[in-house]
Design a protein around this ligand. Structure first.
Ligand code: NI
Length: 218
């Protein structure tokens, strides 16, 4: 019972925390027992970190890097696409601005039907100017940030279901939706954006390290 308490019941030495490195994160945590390698990585100052404390700095970092790219969008090239099957640049960056909304939906709802019976087809919007793209991105990220900051571990662990036409596509814990549908998804499409910008001769800022154009940043 004590082990189920939210307060820390053990402490990880730096050797324990660092010894297995990132491999430890790949191991499934043992439910209810704060002794797994992943739990030890989540211990800070003898206290178990709340999920939001781990998620917010990562969200801030990825949003800041993404914004650095959006600030460089060439306004006259928003309709450009590298291949007939590819999204236009404006659709790609509009999609980047939308991803925060999935996180907000995952936190505030327990399921969503992207194609509700009797409803219309999902609307695909394209933002048409760089200032509109930047302000939409900022507003959506700020809204998501507040939602994450207001969410408890218990809520993050509750299930969330994606449906289409009433059929379940998947059910995952809300935190897994945040990690996959928001963060990984953002990073995936941001990677596409760097290729678009390279092909348009826009200098690429540092992301996880120097690029061919620029060195380390901040
Ligand atoms: Ni996508």
């Amino acid at each position: 019972l004590v082990l189920r308490d939210r307060e820390c019941t053990g402490s990880a030495t730096p050797q324990q925390r660092g010894g297995r490195g990132w491999r430890a994160l790949l191991e499934p945590p043992r439910a209810g027992i704060f002794g797994s390698p992943r739990d030890k990585l989540m211990l800070q100052g003898g206290r178990r970190m709340a999920i939001k404390e781990s998620l917010l700095p990562e969200l801030d970092q990825e949003a800041a890097v993404t914004r650095r790219l959006l600030e460089r969008l060439p306004a006259e090239k928003l309709g450009w696409q590298p291949h007939p099957k590819s999204m236009t640049l404006s659709r790609l960056v509009t999609h980047l601005t939308e991803l925060a909304n999935w996180g907000i939906m995952a936190i505030t709802e327990d399921e969503i039907d992207i194609n509700p019976p009797g409803g219309g087809a999902p609307r695909r919007t394209e933002l048409r100017s760089v200032p509109e793209i930047l302000s939409t991105f900022d507003a959506n990220v700020a809204h998501l940030r507040k939602a994450v900051a207001d969410t408890s571990d218990a809520t993050f662990q509750r299930p969330w279901t994606l449906k289409s036409s009433g059929q379940v596509i998947f059910t995952l814990p809300k935190i897994a939706v945040l990690r996959a549908m928001v963060l990984s998804h953002l990073i995936h499409h941001r990677g596409q954006l760097t290729v678009y910008l390279r092909l348009l001769d826009v200098p690429i800022p540092s992301i996880y390290g120097p690029t061919a154009d620029e060195g380390w940043q901040g």
